[in-house]
Design a protein around this ligand. Sequence first.
Ligand code: KG4
Ligand code: ZN
Length: 334
Amino acid sequence: MVILGVESSCDDAAAAVIETTQPGVAIVRSSVVANQDAIHRRYGGIVPELASRNHVVTILPVIHEALETAGCELGDLDALAVTRGPGLVGSLLVGLMCVKGIAQSTGLPMVTVNHIEGHLLAPLIEHRVEMPYLALVVSGGHSALFIVEDFGSYRRIGRTRDDAAGEAFDKVAKMMGLGYPGGKVIDDLARRGNPARIKLPRARVRNAPFDFSFSGIKTAVAMLLADSSANAIEPADLAASFQEAVVDMLIRPTIAAAREHDIETIALTGGVAANSRLRSRLTETAAAEGRRVVAPALKYCTDNAAMIAIAGSWRLLRGERDPLDLDAEASLAL
Ligand code: KG4
Ligand code: ZN
């Protein structure tokens, strides 16, 4: 089955063509992403109206490029998968309406996909991963721990009580004047810094060992920078110390959950899964107790449409389809 996947839930417009005969096993024939970082950078964060307006301009060229790279035309497709939510409603609508239009005009079956399900199944794009596995989803909008029991069966066992991890990276980078998006800038700068140089708090949520909280560390960095002696702080040391604290706060609940639920494989996914320190430290910590960490390639960690196509594929392979009157859902639950 050849599936076109489309994703436009936030600031990336993406399309991908995958080929699959079995749930969770796919060949990615193309995966194209039109990134809007250059547009939102000057505002230090995503401006929803600009995101959706730019999707209107880019979505068709992105789909054309994905088809062309895959060497196929609409007539070669067997099905369509598109993100329905959660996300920015204006952004979601662009991809969803576009795919509905293709479904209407071609008669191809269409399924809608929860964006988080896409991140949860992204590790399957390049790896064989036995279920159940534990998935740490860390992005600009989400930080949560899920047990992926089966296709369509996802149990959330932990979540952030305030900011998402990516949001903390972005906000701290903004405070430090490092630009947007902050995750990659901090990751790069931290390589030259000393992670033990500045003492920062590691928050834990009382009676909820698998939950996260990142608002305290953000405030701690803000207060540090507001201090008159802030000039003495080496930015690379602050980046490294902040990153180390966030990584600690992500690893502790993840390992605790893996132990508690006796799960051997931990999948790391979402934009923050691109973080080099998180990848290496989680891998080492897990390996020390006989667990395996599976992390998608960087291009499948951040928002992309291959993960949407693979998340839609298990339902399409069963012959399911969604009605064309489904609407976008900004806070769609999984
Ligand atoms: O999954 P994603 O592309 O979009 C959302 O669904 O949110 O994640 C984007 C987030 C941003 O907050 C960005 O700063 C963060 O992922 N990010 C990183 C890194 N690369 C991207 N955070 C830490 N280290 C990185 N290398
Ligand atoms: Zn995402």
